[in-house]
Every structure is written in structure tokens, then in C-alpha cells.
Design a protein around this ligand. Structure first.
Ligand code: SF4
Length: 503
């Protein structure tokens, strides 16, 4: 049970935080009234928490379903500070950023529109993922309620769907999301992943600064129009390919490849939640390998299948959700869903020209990691952090691996990192950096990244210089959709090796 910071009050007049010595009282969670279909027609539904691009594409996807959805802006330091002011002590970093982002947004709406807190509570609803787990993820909804309550939005409605079950569990008269509801948003997130992967493959090699970002903005416009008008995303992605083809690249510049892994939100967010790590690495001359959001969905599917297998023979709760996967038939359904999911991703990737990238085989990664990481331990990214590092080392996927963990994250800092030290001791060649984001201390964060990057740059340069090159090179080398087949690591070295270009 949490203790409310009842001594922090916001004055009605200016919306600033004033510290008042009022009494500290026991805080008890009250679950506000249900959210029905009728409510959904009269409310604005807020959501957020993925990358900026993905949130925007999701908004376009759900807009086509008529209800009013708004994606929250990317969380920044003000969100973090707001989260700290209204949240409980000792939370992990993503909690402060995401909870604070919602509170900050509502406070801004209140200030700019002149609406009262009661009107805002009636008008807005927030939908987010939640789950039951050994880490704080299972407590997110409670944290939202506590912070909203203390910020003056008592009774604010929150809806959640569990990340490993397609359901909303609040009761029969609650609005349910049928599985079909998720199809277009999942396709939008998939397209967002593909654009993100391509952005990181292309931007380090652009000849004209800003050309890739401009092309990606055009692609975003094409995709969002298709999503809003319920048109074919496959064709829209093909149109994006024509846009991307016009961007001039010089892919024969040796750059270190840096794989970013770690806690889902901290590794994925592109903003102050991880000190803009992706952009920072690029500005320091690296090519980044990001983790697609689809990996997290595939991990959730794998976890479901794995724990169902562990339970086989034991009596299981059949669940009360809209669609729970607790019977063997539904397990088959999950298998089919996973295959369809991968096929859809491969089709989209082919249409836009993302070559040589496959979604991970989580089972294979589990087999790789299980010597080090007990698979029965879930929470956070489970075995994935350890498996990704092993995969990168065994298949020479990157010159450096950075694992980003939020301050106070139990699965990532306490478990995965403990195990990573064993991995690194067995693979002394590993250039592995585990780094914590606390929302403060950016200078220390950047300096540690720069130190590890120096070694990665040397490795990329040596690999490149060990190969030969001619003055005139094949046009193929600069085609964004050409994925060279080679066992080298860096993009430039792979191209030289695959095209057998000689000096
Ligand atoms: S995995 Fe870590 S950072 Fe993410 S919710 Fe759990 S404790 Fe927090």
C-alpha cells in the first residue's frame, strides 16, 4: 500500500506546485466507474508510450474507427519531473516518464482550455498496456491512479489491456476490445517498426544531412493517409519505396554498428527517456540497430506458449477475458497467429525494400540463452537481453552492444546484468556496455557511451581496411534495399566483401 504525498498540492490559480504542510494520509486505491460503449462515443481516448512515429501511426489507424483518439506527445524531462512530484518514491524510470506524461498533458489541457478537473475527468480516458509480473509493470495502473488523484483528477478513467492477453478485465458492462480491434493498430505498429529500422540503416550514410528524415516524413504521410482511409498498407509501403530510392547514400563509409538492447521502454524510446541515445550514437558516427516493438509482442507470445507447456497436466483457470488462450485449441491459434504475424511483417518489409532483416525466432534465442538465464524467470525482457548479446557475439551482428536499463529496474539491472557479467567473462572480445538511465546525469551517460564507442570505431575501421576497394564501385553499394550477404559486421565491410570490390 502506498502513502500519498498529500503534502504536495497544486493551487487552482496558477497550476504550479506548492508545498503545503498538510497531514500525510493513507492512500487507498479506488477503482472508478466502468467505461461503456456509450462513454466511448462521448470521450477522448488518450494513449501513448511507443516511439513518436509509432504513436502517430497508431493514431491514424484508430482514427479510422471513428472514436476520438489522441496520442500523447513524447515524454520529456518535464514529464519525468511531474511523475516524480506526483508518483510514489522508488519507482522505475519509465513509470515516472509515462505517468508524468499523462499528468502533465492533463494539466496543460486544464490550463489552456479553462476546463475544470471534473470536466476533464468526464471527457478524457487513458488506455495503456498493463500486465501481471514480478516487476513494477503490474503496478502501473495503480501508479497512474495515485498520481492523477494527487494532481486533482480524482476518478479519472484508465483502461488497460494486458500485454500477454487480448482482454480488458474490468467486468461485463465494460467496453471490450474485440481481437479485430487490434488488427489495424498492430499493422500500423509493424509499418512503424519497418520505417524505424530503415531510418537507422540509412541515416548514418545520407549524403545530404536531413534527407532521410524528410523522406521518412513523406513516408509517414503516405502511410497515415492509407491508415485513415482504410486503404492497402502494402501498396502504401511500395509507394514509400519510391520515395526512399531518391535519397542519396554513401554506404562505403566504415561505421561501427551498435545494437541497443535492454528494458523495453528504455531501449525503444527516442527522447529524453534514454537521453536521445539513438541520435547521440549517430552523431558520434555509429550505425544503430534498434529493437523493433514487434520483438516484444513475439516475446509475449513465446512466454504464453512456454508457460502453458509448464502448466500442462495441471488444472488451469480458464480465464474470464474476451479471448484467453488457455486451451490447447487456443494454443494452436496462437501458433497460427504468430506465423501470420511474421508473414505479414516479411511482406511489408519486402514491399518497402527492407532486405536482410527477419524478426527474431524467440525459441531459438531462448535455446541460446538458457545456459545462462533460467527461462522460468519472466518479467521485463526475460531471457532476451542475455540472448541478444550472445546472438550478436556468435553471429558478429554488431561491434558493440549497449543495454539500457532504467534506474530501479529489477529484471534488467538486478537479473540480466548479473548474468551478463558471466557472458562477458566467457567472451572477452565482447564490447558490452550496460548503462542506467536515471533521468538525470546525462553527461556521465554520454561519456561512458563515448568511451565504449571508441573501441567499436577502431574495430569497424580495422575490419574495413582489411578489405580491398576500387575507385569506381557498383551502384548496388548505395542502394538502400540491397542487403549484402557476408560474415563481416559493418555495412561498408559487408558491401566490399559481398561485391568483391578490389582496390
Ligand atoms: S521491466 Fe523494469 S523498468 Fe520496466 S516496468 Fe519492470 S521494473 Fe520497471
Amino acid at each position: 500500500m502506498s502513502i500519498s504525498c498529500a503534502n504536495i498540492k497544486r493551487t487552482q490559480s496558477n497550476g504550479n506546485l506548492d508545498f503545503i504542510n498538510s497531514e500525510i494520509s493513507q492512500w487507498r486505491e479506488e477503482i472508478p466507474s466502468k467505461f461503456t460503449y456509450e462513454d466511448s462515443q462521448n470521450s477522448i481516448i488518450l494513449f501513448g508510450g511507443l516511439t513518436i512515429l509509432q504513436d502517430k501511426l497508431l493514431m491514424s489507424a484508430v482514427k479510422s474507427m471513428k472514436e476520438q483518439y489522441i496520442a500523447l506527445p513524447n515524454p520529456d524531462f518535464d514529464s519525468f519531473r511531474t511523475g516524480k512530484a506526483y508518483g510514489n518514491r522508488g519507482q522505475c524510470n519509465p513509470t515516472y516518464f509515462t505517468v508524468g506524461n499523462l499528468v502533465k498533458y492533463l494539466l496543460e489541457v486544464q490550463k489552456n482550455s479553462g476546463m475544470s478537473a471534473e470536466e476533464i475527468v468526464q471527457k478524457y480516458v487513458y488506455v495503456t498496456a498493463s500486465g501481471c509480473g514480478p516487476c513494477r509493470f503490474g503496478m502501473y495502473i495503480t501508479e497512474y491512479r495515485k498520481a492523477l488523484n494527487d494532481a486533482g483528477f480524482k476518478g479519472f478513467r484508465l483502461m488497460s489491456f494486458e500485454h500477454n492477453r487480448v482482454t480488458n478485465t474490468e467486468g461485463e458492462d465494460t467496453l471490450q476490445f474485440p481481437p479485430s480491434f487490434f488488427i489495424r493498430p498492430v499493422k500500423a505498429a509493424m509499418a512503424g517498426d519497418i520505417l524505424t529500422l530503415l531510418t537507422h540503416q540509412m541515416r548514418p550514410y545520407e549524403v545530404e544531412v536531413g534527407a532521410v528524415d524528410r523522406a521518412m516524413q513523406d513516408c509517414y504521410d503516405i502511410l497515415s493517409v492509407a491508415l485513415e482511409n482504410r486503404k492497402s498498407l502494402t501498396l502504401a509501403l511500395y509507394r514509400c519505396r519510391q520515395v526512399l530510392k531518391r535519397v542519396k547514400l554513401n554506404r562505403l563509409t566504415p561505421k561501427p554498428k551498435v545494437m541497443i538492447i535492454g528494458e523495453f521502454w528504455a531501449a525503444m524510446t527516442e527522447g529524453e527517456g534514454n537521453y536521445n541515445l539513438h541520435r547521440f550514437l549517430e552523431s558520434e558516427g555509429a550505425e544503430v540497430i534498434p529493437q523493433p516493438i514487434m520483438n516484444r509482442l513475439l516475446l509475449s507470445m513465446w512466454e504464453y506458449m512456454y508457460f502453458e507447456d509448464q502448466k500442462s497436466g495441471l488444472s488451469t483457470d480458464s480465464g474470464t477475458g474476451y479471448l484467453d488462450f488457455s486451451t490447447p485449441k487456443r494454443k494452436i491459434l496462437m501458433g497460427l497467429f504468430r506465423t501470420a504475424f511474421k508473414v505479414q511483417f516479411a511482406l511489408y518489409a519486402k514491399m518497402i525494400g527492407l532486405s536482410g532483416y527477419k524478426l527474431p525466432d524467440i525459441e531459438k534465442l531462448a535455446r541460446l540463452g538458457k545456459e545462462y538465464f533460467p527461462l522460468d524467470v519472466d518479467g521485463g525482457e526475460g531471457h532476451m537481453e542475455v540472448s541478444h548479446l550472445l546472438e550478436s557475439l556468435k553471429h558478429k551482428l554488431s561491434h558493440m552492444v549497449i543495454s539500457v536499463k532504467p534506474f530501479g529496474c529489477m529484471p534488467s539491472s538486478a537479473i540480466s546484468d548479473g548474468i551478463q557479467s558471466l557472458v562477458v567473462s566467457r567472451y572477452p572480445e565482447a564490447n558490452f556496455l550496460s548503462i542506467e538511465t536515471s533521468g538525470e546525469g546525462a553527461a556521465n551517460f554520454y561519456s561512458r557511451v563515448q568511451m565504449a564507442l571508441f573501441k567499436a570505431k577502431q574495430a569497424a575501421k580495422e575490419e574495413f581496411e582489411s578489405l580491398e576497394m576500387v575507385e569506381s564501385v557498383s551502384e548496388k553499394a548505395h542502394d538502400f534495399s540491397y542487403a549484402p550477404k557476408s560474415d563481416k559486421t559493418g555495412t561498408a565491410a559487408k558491401l566490399l566483401d559481398a561485391l568483391k570490390i578490389s582496390r
